[in-house]
Each structure stands twice: as structure tokens, then as C-alpha cells.
Design a protein around this ligand. Structure first.
Ligand SMILES: [Zn+2]
Length: 89
């Protein structure tokens, strides 16, 4: 009985440590490349990019409305990164 309790405690502890590690690695990748980060897209017919910020110069030319979505959704809609928001070297 005692060994069983000890075993389950160590299992919970291990689970906790692993969970902490996953949470930490998530916060490291919490940059512009995170697929869950919020991006802004224009619903206009000529729009084909997504923006990291709603006050981007590219969005001010938008003929439709500005829609908020996650990066993964924007990629699904075949959008590419805005050159003003995401400066490519
Ligand atoms: Zn932009």
C-alpha cells in the first residue's frame, strides 16, 4: 500500500514537471511564428496577406473589413506574411 502511494505521488510529480517543461517551451516560441498568435487580415478582394498588428499601413488600404484570426487560420486561407509587419531579411 505504501509503495503504491509513493509510486503514484512520483508519477504525479513527473507529470507536473513534464507539464511545466511544455508550458516553458510554449512561452519561448510565443513570437510571430506561433500558429496560435492573433493576426489581422483584410477581407477585401485584393488582400492576400496577414498582419501582426491592426494599425499596419497595409491594413489602412483595406477596402473590406479587418478580421482578427489566428496565424494557423490565416495560413489555411493561403495568406502570406505582410512585409511591413514581418520584416524579412
Ligand atoms: Zn502589415
Amino acid at each position: 500500500m505504501t509503495t503504491h502511494v509513493k509510486r503514484s505521488i512520483s508519477f504525479v510529480f513527473l507529470f507536473f514537471v513534464v507539464n511545466m517543461f511544455i508550458t516553458n517551451s510554449k512561452s519561448i516560441t510565443n513570437g510571430s511564428n506561433n500558429i496560435n498568435s492573433v493576426v489581422y487580415v483584410c477581407t477585401g478582394p485584393k488582400a492576400e496577406v496577414y498582419h501582426s498588428r491592426s494599425n499596419c499601413k497595409g491594413l489602412s488600404r483595406c477596402s473590406g473589413t479587418i478580421k482578427k484570426m489566428t496565424l494557423s487560420e490565416a495560413i489555411e486561407k493561403k495568406r502570406r506574411a505582410c512585409k511591413l509587419c514581418y520584416k524579412i531579411k
